[in-house]
Ligand binder design. Structure first.
Ligand code: NAP
Length: 238
């Protein structure tokens, strides 16, 4: 049975991915940080899922989580680096603290978790890593420059690691979603979302299941690596 670690799975996209993969028969470890109640609810509704509290921006906590999984299941086949935060501010007002928080939560966390998982994958000469970046990492976003920088960094990591780890039979890809209907976009009004849907050739904003379906495919696939797959209904075509 494939063992899959999904970071940031208490809510939104990560939660959907965890449920989808558990339903497919994978052993899923759903990581969460602050949303304990939501994680417990996920476990109650999906008993086969293990939940594990870790702040993935803290090295020691990440080490402990990976050790827990390896002690229990002896391997990690798939790592899905999904956890992330979003904050908006105009560039000239961004403080050093805001910069550090964003880079630590969105980029360092991916660096750190991937580093801790890799020895096991390299040893087994097998693995699949999927990073959730963002369309904003590709095209940039006004007033979300630091978020965009963190996501562009993830995509650069994806491409570099695909080259470095291909000979170890480890595939590394990014999914760069467009607008997906989750709590991350709670700052948008219904009108904002309607406008984005109208600008989108497929006529709607994304659902968490749109991302989960692609994850499923990427896990099963054997010859895709180093790719940034943008799922956005045609909202942005590069
Ligand atoms: P969300 O609903 O706000 O959920 C974010 C998840 O990340 C939560 O489960 C949260 O866990 C977790 N998380 C954040 N920081 C963490 C940390 N340090 N350690 C562990 N978990 C942490 O957001 P979402 O929309 O599902 O976003 C998921 C990913 O997709 C993010 O990387 C986001 O940037 C990316 N994305 C989203 C969109 C969109 O439109 N929604 C578009 C492009 C990319 P706790 O609540 O338990 O702390």
């Amino acid at each position: 049975m494939k063992v899959v670690l999904v970071t940031g799975a208490s809510r939104g996209i990560g939660r959907e991915i965890a449920i989808e993969l558990a339903n497919k028969g994978y052993k899923v470890i759903a990581n969460y940080n602050k949303s304990e109640e939501r994680a417990l609810q996920l476990k109650e509704e999906n008993p086969s899922i293990d939940i594990y509290k870790t702040d993935v921006s803290e090295r020691e906590e990440v080490k402990q989580m990976i050790q827990y999984i390896l002690n229990r299941y002896e391997k990690i086949d798939v790592l899905i680096n999904n956890a992330g935060i979003a904050e908006a501010n105009i560039f000239t007002d961004v403080t050093d603290q805001e910069w550090d928080k964003m880079i630590k939560n969105n980029l360092y966390s991916v660096f750190c978790t991937t580093q801790e998982v890799l020895p096991c994958m390299i040893h087994r000469k097998e693995g699949c890593i999927i990073n959730i970046s963002s369309i904003f990492g590709i095209v940039g976003a006004s007033c979300e420059s630091i978020y965009s920088i963190s996501k562009a960094g993830i995509d650069a990591m994806t491409k570099s690691l695909a080259k470095e780890l291909g000979p170890s039979n480890i595939r590394v890809n990014s999914i760069a979603p467009g607008m997906i209907d989750t709590e991350m976009n709670n700052n948008l009004t219904i009108e904002d979302k309607k406008n984005i849907a109208e600008e989108t050739p497929l006529g709607r904003i994304g659902k968490t299941s749109d991302i989960a379906k692609c994850i499923n495919w990427l896990i099963e696939d054997e010859f895709t690596t180093g790719q940034i797959i943008s799922i956005n209904g045609g909202w942005v075509i590069t």
